[in-house]
Design a protein around this ligand. Structure first.
Ligand code: SME
Length: 163
């Protein structure tokens, strides 16, 4: 494997440039890789260390609940039921959920008191079923804007997990 030079958001002139660079790097990192754990681990590490986010990682669909998957950050909740919290709601409603202030989201699961805003994006398998969610948390409120949502959703199109 060729070495990866770590991207940092602060070194790009705009967020769009940053997400364009991340897209190219993630593509190179997980191209030809089919193992779900490797894909999730590499994605979480690349994203997390390119920014100042508090927690970046995956929850995997398993029957009626989400199970903690590869992530970067402090310890988190191990299991989240279907429809519960931001992650369970994103799974149930099959949509990206951007929560500018977790204190305003009824049912938010506070794994860490430091998380103030979060972005959760469904991840699909090759049968087009949701098989995981990507969860990114910030210690700042209103951390994610429309450019972040579009940029991270586009990154997620590179991820197809078959477990
Ligand atoms: N806050 C999430 C739980 C996961 S942690 O943030 C890592 C939620 O409400 O779904």
């Amino acid at each position: 494997m060729t070495s990866i030079s770590q991207i940092t958001a602060a070194s790009y002139p705009s967020k769009s440039h940053y997400y364009d660079a991340l897209f190219i790097q993630l593509q190179a990192l997980i191209a030809h890789e089919h193992d779900a754990v490797i894909i999730m681990a590499q994605t979480a590490a690349l994203l997390h260390f390119s920014n100042t986010w508090h927690w970046t990682g995956f929850y995997r669909v398993s029957k009626h609940e989400l199970l903690l998957g590869p992530y970067q950050g402090p310890p988190a909740c191990s299991r989240i039921a279907f429809g519960k919290g931001v992650c369970g709601t994103a799974w149930k409603e099959a949509r990206t959920i951007n929560v500018p202030d977790v204190n305003q989201f009824q049912g938010h699961i506070a794994c860490s008191s430091f998380s103030q805003s979060e972005l959760v994006i469904p991840i699909y398998n090759s049968q087009n079923c949701i098989c995981a969610v990507l969860d990114i948390d910030s210690t700042e409120t209103h951390a994610f804007d429309a450019t972040d949502v579009a940029g991270i959703e586009k990154l997620c199109t590179l991820i197809r997990l078959d477990t």
